[in-house]
Design a protein around this ligand. Structure first.
Ligand SMILES: [Zn+2]
Length: 88
């Protein structure tokens, strides 16, 4: 028997993902760091909107009228649009 050495596989393998924005249909990056942040918070979904569309969305849906998020969250700089999840 030959012991072939397999490279160590990380328990969590993240890679940058590119998601198509539901509003403008442009692709935006869901970065590894953002995914890790999501995992850390226990989120399983992906963001739906790019940052630009989220800003517009947020203007139309001011804080308080949204049911998307509950509880205090620490939003990483420039990452608040990533919290724009549509939970079902
Ligand atoms: Zn967009």
């Amino acid at each position: 028997m030959t012991g072939s050495s397999h490279p160590t596989v990380a328990e969590r393998t993240f890679a940058d993902k590119f998601i198509t924005c539901i509003d403008c249909k442009e692709e935006f990056a869901f970065t590894v760091s953002a995914q890790e942040y999501f995992a850390e918070k226990g989120f399983t979904g992906d963001p739906k909107r790019c940052r630009t569309c989220y800003a517009a969305y947020k203007q139309q849906h001011p804080k308080g009228s949204s049911k998307t998020m509950k509880g205090p969250f620490t939003v990483p700089p420039g990452g608040e649009h990533l919290l724009n999840l549509d939970f079902e």
